[in-house]
Design a protein around this ligand. Structure first.
Ligand code: PLP
Length: 444
């Protein structure tokens, strides 16, 4: 065991990790990265098949983002946003508004996806107080949803394994069915007329005067195992939230910045939410940064004199960090210069073709995709829909096998998640999918 791993095991408690297993096994220690590859202390290279937890877009060590951070470092790394403005944060806010769905004109910065959601929930909650409707103070959330790990974002989460233990600490939203077609329990596939939307309408009809907002991961519930909503679902949700005067909070933390093949998932269905939470890809995967975007309508509801007590009392020490905003500007410039989204389209098509074949494997229940978000669900008995036993950790075993073949990927339960950097070439995508296919074949 090298000295860094010794120190890691002596001092670090890793996120979402059973540390007993970590302490008992060998682990990679990353020292460098280049393009879409991570390099460990032994000099071994691995494809970064999950974009370093879905954040990396243009590859590691992109010269333009490197330079933007170096240039900013030569000016100032950070100054507080409490009582001060700064140059990169104001420039970046303008560009974010330009690329975001219509009507989202104001940017509230924070530092991670969970907090971007926390901010949206608090804004929605307080907004209705300013509008003279304080009883609109509850939320609707989807079953199987994941919105982060702070107490508010866990409250609107619906993944039993992660959230059950904290239940006594949380507020209770109205839960509605996940729109995932593969796991749908509301109907047979061939009879689908989006019964999940009917359930939502029932809740809205009955409780809308108590509901502040509906929070949703648009199109893909990523952390639940890349669960995909049917086309048109998001649009219907927007129509219904409008009809019943409920704010729509789009959590684009995972889906934002090109992942679905458009800049934001909402763009696929021409939906403008009332609040949009973004993080992960926002700096191209370089620096922690997040933002909650909202409308003039919501922003104006918070304006007033001090005596009105309408201020939004929320903020963090590193809000609007200058290095992170400089990286964010560079990342959005790369989107334009390298035509990232246009050039993704052939790769999305290639992945679709490859997944058709992978989906036919004996132990693959479904291989699903939205843009460059891919989930390959393993199944013990595909015909009868019988999953592997939980304790077999089949998803993790396949991912460990892939690591031996030079690809770093992470599972969600028995779903093998593949989220390559958007800049990956056709050859690189083919190579990574070869490894996934071989690993599934060798293990199952
Ligand atoms: N929202 C969604 C949809 C996510 O997928 C995640 C993280 O995976 C979060 C929020 C939380 O983001 P963070 O881990 O940056 O707090």
């Amino acid at each position: 065991m090298n000295e860094f791993l010794k120190k890691d095991k002596a001092y670090i408690w890793h996120p979402f990790t059973q540390m007993k297993g970590w302490l008992e096994s060998d682990q990679m220690v990353i020292t460098e990265a280049k393009g879409i590859k991570l390099i460990d202390t032994e000099g071994k290279e691995y494809y970064d098949g999950v974009s370093s937890l879905w954040v990396n877009i243009h590859g590691h060590r992109h010269p333009k983002i490197d330079q933007a951070i170096i240039d900013q470092l030569g000016k100032v790394a950070h100054s507080t946003a409490l009582g001060l403005a700064n140059v990169p944060a104001s420039e970046f806010a303008q560009i974010l508004v330009e690329v975001s769905p219509e009507g989202l004109n104001k940017v509230f910065y924070s530092d991670d996806g969970s907090t971007a959601v926390e901010v949206a929930l608090k804004m929605a909650f307080q907004y209705w107080q300013h509008k003279g409707k304080p009883n609109k103070n509850k939320f609707i959330a989807l079953n199987q949803s994941y919105h982060g790990d702070t107490v508010g974002s866990v409250s609107v989460g619906g993944i039993d394994l992660f959230h059950r233990v904290f239940k006594p600490l949380l507020f209770e939203p109205y839960h509605i069915p996940s729109p995932s077609c593969y796991h749908c329990q509301l109907t047979q596939k061939e009879e689908c007329h989006m019964q999940c939307v009917e359930v939502l309408e029932k809740v809205l009809k009955e409780h809308h005067d108590k509901i502040a907002g509906l929070v949703i991961e648009p199109l893909v519930q990523a952390a639940a195992g890349m669960l995909m909503a049917p086309a048109g679902y998001l649009k219907r949700v927007r129509e219904l939230t409008k009809k019943y005067d409920v704010l729509l909070i789009a959590d684009e933390v995972a889906t934002g910045f090109g992942r679905t093949g458009r800049m934001f998932a909402c763009d696929n269905e021409c939906v403008s939410p009332d609040l949009m939470c973004i993080s992960k890809g926002i700096t191209g995967g370089y620096m922690p940064l997040a933002a909650t975007l909202t409308t003039d309508e919501i922003y104006h509801a918070f304006l007033g004199d001090m005596k009105d007590k309408k201020t939004f009392y929320h903020g963090h020490s590193y809000t609007a960090n200058q290095l992170a905003c400089a990286a964010g500007i560079a990342s959005l410039e790369i989107f334009k210069e390298e035509k990232t989204i246009e050039r993704m389209q052939e790769k999305i098509y290639l992945i679709r073709e490859r997944l058709e074949k992978i989906g036919e494997m004996v132990h693959v229940g479904e291989a699903r995709q939205r843009g460059m978000m891919i989930g390959i669900e393993l199944m013990n008995d595909k015909e009868n829909g019988v999953p592997y036993a939980w304790e077999d950790c089949m998803g993790a075993v396949v991912c460990m096998k892939a690591r031996e073949h030079g690809l770093f990927i992470r599972p969600v339960g028995d779903v093998v998640v593949f989220m390559p950097p958007l800049c990956s070439t056709v050859e690189e995508i083919n190579k990574m999918l070869d490894i996934i296919e071989i690993s599934i074949h060798e293990i199952t």
